[in-house]
Design a binder for this molecule. Structure first.
Ligand code: FES
Length: 103
């Protein structure tokens, strides 16, 4: 499934993410700057923060309570903020462009 990350420097990185993995893994495998994933996907570090476009909110699902709590700690938290390690890659995400906010 093809997904594009738009970095804080406005660089566009298109990746071919494997279904069943997470968006964070796809970012790390492609060295997307700004996705550090310090906790390795345990929903504990919030260094995998991305902003999902409205059109893909449904496809990416709702954040869990734990994820919401962590997002609330971020100063640059927006309405569509998500932790990319909590988003499963599925064919429904084809063509999605997510923004990587400045840290
Ligand atoms: Fe740590 Fe996502 S990788 S919260």
């Amino acid at each position: 499934t093809k997904v594009t990350f738009i970095t804080a420097d406005d660089e566009r990185i298109e990746v071919d993410a494997e279904d069943g993995t997470t968006l964070m893994e796809a970012a790390v495998n492609n060295s997307v700057p700004g996705i550090d994933a310090d906790c390795g996907g345990a929903c504990a570090c919030a260094t995998c923060h991305v902003i999902v476009p409205d059109a893909f909110k449904e496809a990416t699902g709702k954040p869990s309570e734990d994820e919401e709590a962590l997002l609330d700690f971020l100063d640059n938290h927006e309405e569509n903020s998500r932790l990319s390690c909590q988003i499963e890659v599925t064919p429904a995400l084809e063509g999605m462009e997510v923004t990587v906010p400045e840290m």
